[in-house]
Design a protein. Sequence first.
Length: 397
Amino acid sequence: MQPDGALLAQRLFVWLVENLSQRAAPAPAFTESRARALLRANDLLDDPTRHSFERLMENETAVRLALYDILDGSGLADNAEVQALAAAAAAARNDRETTIAWLALTVAAFAWKNDYLLHQLDPAAPPALHTPAGHALSRAAACIRQQTQRSATERDKLGRKLAFDAGAQAGQARALDDLQAETPIAPLPPHFRPPIPVRYPEVARETLHVDPAAASPDAAPPPGVAPPPGIVRGAPITITAEDLPDAAPPVRQPPLQVTPDSAPPPAAPRQGNVVLPNAAATGANLGEAVRKKFGRGREPLKSTKLRVVVQEFPDGPGLYGLQVKVRCRGINSFVAGTTDRNGRFLCELPVRLHSGLTYDVDVTWPREHDGETERKSITLNADRTEFTLPFYRRLSA
């Protein structure tokens, strides 16, 4: 029986989702639209290429080539469980039409190669291309483009090389002479006697009876059995006052009294990592200025959080004490502060409920890094409660 490539692709996608899903907390399902949004957000796959790929997947030879490139490029071909899935798909019969989420399958396969969980791929915050998640998306998009760039002649040649060979699988089966000889099966009763006799009280010929007189401790032992040794009781143990050592009487301290003068002075309030500018330095508070400009007679506003992460390189140590300034275009106010020991700066900003709002973030690097100011712009919206904006001095360690 010739194996069904669509059935193998469907089972492979289910296996990848089960292995790359978060089990501690509920996570969004990794669907075809989510994978399409990830590739489109990073400008890795355009619509004409995607439409050509979807039309190409209606051909069985193209399906076989795509599965081979996915399994070979991601390293899934060497996995024992995936090999078992392929063997089961070859032996199964698929009579109904199967719809395959090819974009989600390709992204999940290369995410498995980088040991990256699927719930961490968020289209609202697409990963950078130099990160492990960005590498997985780049390889997935390259694999999809490779299918559309092949010519019909090249596709036929590769299809003949990957064609199903029933004789090869038949040759792998062992002959009867090569099978290991099994131990002989023991005959059933009554041809042999069990090694351990079993007696059941329901069918036992001799029923046990308990004599209460013989079970009492004062009863005489049966003939031929030695009586047990008797128990010798000693004098009871008593403790008198003379046996106790002389102890001094307890000393009572004067009662404790707490007065307002004895209470320690209250500690000064600890300042957080986010330093809001005063009115003299900025003209007005940033939140009030944004609400005054965008909230009057327009869309309602909602607050969200922006976390700025400043590191030496991706996933590297954070830089402490760097000046961070957050501005909104057209408003003179700003939010400023310094990064903590982990290189992070957190602030809460107002955004429009439907269209969002764009903020400019300036990070001033220290003198050993030329002391320049780097600016990035980010559009915040009310769909998420927190956004993360990274700053790296260099892209590699």
